[in-house]
Design a binder for this molecule. Structure first.
Ligand SMILES: [Zn+2]
Length: 245
């Protein structure tokens, strides 16, 4: 029986022994996808998170600029970036690996007010376009930023609405999808405020069980878009597209 608790590296290894088929490991580390999402209605668009660029020195990371090219999206069309929180695997792609600004026509970078301190050093050139989010606020006609502190003080989710449904881009609400849907009380070691993060996760999972609701998760298996349903003990997720690699 796994109890609510603090999910650190040792615990993950232990859980992997108990549930070998469900916890993907790379060496001793948890294997995680790192996703970003570009959403457009043809006129307005928003890029949610930007990946790690070359900061983590990992050849499997920092591919957002190539991914945008592959999708036929011109980086010059990105005017609004919505950051879920300040960690390097979410903000670093604002700067390309060659040190230039990744999005030449960037006008606004939305980020929780509690996380704006990250815009120093390498990210200093972006600081003048930062829009701090301290309460629920509309970014455009169909995107609302909603503060959900816990993982970090400024953690923010983005609620996107269309004529047919709702998409919640929830950042780092879940890090280990194979465990934390079944057991939403299990927290991640890097959740800065464990109880706040746990409460936010439970509330969002419950919200996502409503009809026509979908989640876009930064660390769900890539490409990271899924439906959430209630299960016996917690929740189940059903990916809309099969996970890559
Ligand atoms: Zn993250």
């Amino acid at each position: 029986m796994l109890r609510p608790g603090h999910l650190d590296g040792a615990k993950i290894a232990q859980l992997a022994d108990e549930l070998p088929a469900t916890v993907p490991l790379a060496g001793d580390n948890l294997r995680l996808s790192v996703n970003a999402f570009f959403v457009t209605d043809g006129t307005r668009s928003v890029l949610i998170d930007t990946g790690a660029s070359n900061v983590w020195h990992d050849p499997t990371m920092g591919l957002i600029h190539d991914a945008l090219d592959e999708a036929g999206i011109d980086r010059a069309h990105v005017t609004d970036v919505a950051i879920t929180h300040k960690h390097e695997d979410h903000v670093s792609g604002l700067i390309a690996p060659d040190g230039s600004e990744a999005f030449p026509n960037l006008e606004r970078v939305w980020i929780g007010a509690g996380d704006t301190s990250v815009f120093t050093g390498r990210l200093e050139p972006i600081r003048d376009r930062v829009v701090p989010v301290s309460e629920k606020v509309a970014i455009n006609d169909w995107t609302t930023a909603i503060p959900t502190p816990g993982h970090t003080p400024g953690h923010t989710i983005y609620h996107l609405r269309s004529g047919t449904g709702h998409l919640l881009a929830w950042g780092d609400t879940v890090h280990v999808p194979t465990l934390q849907f079944d057991r939403p009380n299990v927290s991640w070691e890097l959740d800065g405020n464990q109880s706040q993060a746990r409460a936010a996760r439970v509330a969002l999972l419950e919200q996502l069980t409503q009809p026509h609701h979908f989640v876009a998760g930064a660390h769900l298996d890539s490409p990271g878009i899924a439906r959430v349903t209630p299960s016996d003990d917690g929740y189940a997720l059903e990916y809309l597209a099969p996970p890559i690699g």
